[in-house]
Write a protein that binds this ligand. Structure first.
Ligand SMILES: Cc1cc2nc3c(=O)[nH]c(=O)nc-3n(C[C@H](O)[C@H](O)[C@H](O)COP(=O)(O)O)c2cc1C
Length: 211
């Protein structure tokens, strides 16, 4: 099984989502010792935001030429690397802290690179069609407040709901969420949230391996 582990938290060793993505991958390794893991740290190596030159390579306009600028060439090669490792993975474990009700901008920049017509989705006469089906995604969600099942969830959760919609758009239907929330509500609340999430990794991984 090929796993792509993605981290996007900027809090380094103090990160809840980083601890949990590592726990999921370690648990998967127990089940499958031959697990192939590709690790992508989007904070250590952040994809640049889209600009005109990158857009020209991703969504070419007729008549316009590709930039020969060294930084563009580097970023275009990085796009291919990000896309190829995503397409090659059977399971994607994506660490996604909630930042301002959405995902960190490094993760959004990753999405802007892998969302490519003809590669991860396409438009047909019957509407959009995902091209990356058959994979499994684990969204590792960490957030300071509590949202799940509350009255503010629909209004304020543009993190888990966004990622579910995005991977669904790519054709991926097997999406699970490992969540630690309320981590900003004090040390005890944080420890409880992390412990609960860690306790769920075993079952989650059994389900992943069985499906
Ligand atoms: C820039 C920033 C923005 C944040 N925005 C929110 C937010 O909108 N809602 C929330 O519940 N928590 C918010 N938090 C708290 C984080 O979601 C929480 O600390 C989470 O554990 C971060 O993940 P990490 O521990 O992997 O870094 C924010 C934290 C940071 C650093």
């Amino acid at each position: 099984m090929k796993v792509l582990q993605i981290d996007s938290s900027s809090t380094g060793a103090a990160s809840v989502s980083r601890e949990l993505t590592a726990a999921v991958v370690n648990a998967l390794r127990q089940v499958d010792p031959a697990l192939e893991v590709r690790y992508r740290d989007l904070v250590a190596q952040p994809p640049a935001h889209l600009d005109g030159a990158l857009l020209q390579s991703l969504r070419p306009q007729p008549g316009a030429e590709l930039s020969g600028d060294a930084e563009f060439v580097k970023q275009a090669a990085y796009t291919d690397e990000l896309l190829n490792e995503f397409l090659a993975a059977d399971v994607i474990v994506v660490g996604a802290p909630m930042y301002n009700f959405s995902v960190p901008s490094q993760l959004k920049a990753w999405i802007d690179r892998v969302a490519q017509a003809g590669k991860t989705f396409r438009y047909t006469a019957n509407g959009p069609e995902g091209l990356a089906g058959g994979k499994k995604v684990v969204i590792v969600s960490s957030r300071g407040g509590k949202y799940a099942g509350t009255s503010i969830e629909t209004l304020l959760d543009h993190q888990e709901s966004y990622l579910r919609a995005l991977f669904g758009f790519f054709g991926i239907t097997d999406i699970s969420v490992l969540r630690a929330e309320g981590v900003a509500l004090g040390a005890e609340a944080r420890a409880e949230a992390v412990a609960e999430a860690l306790a769920q990794t075993g079952l989650l991984v059994e389900e992943l391996a069985a499906a």
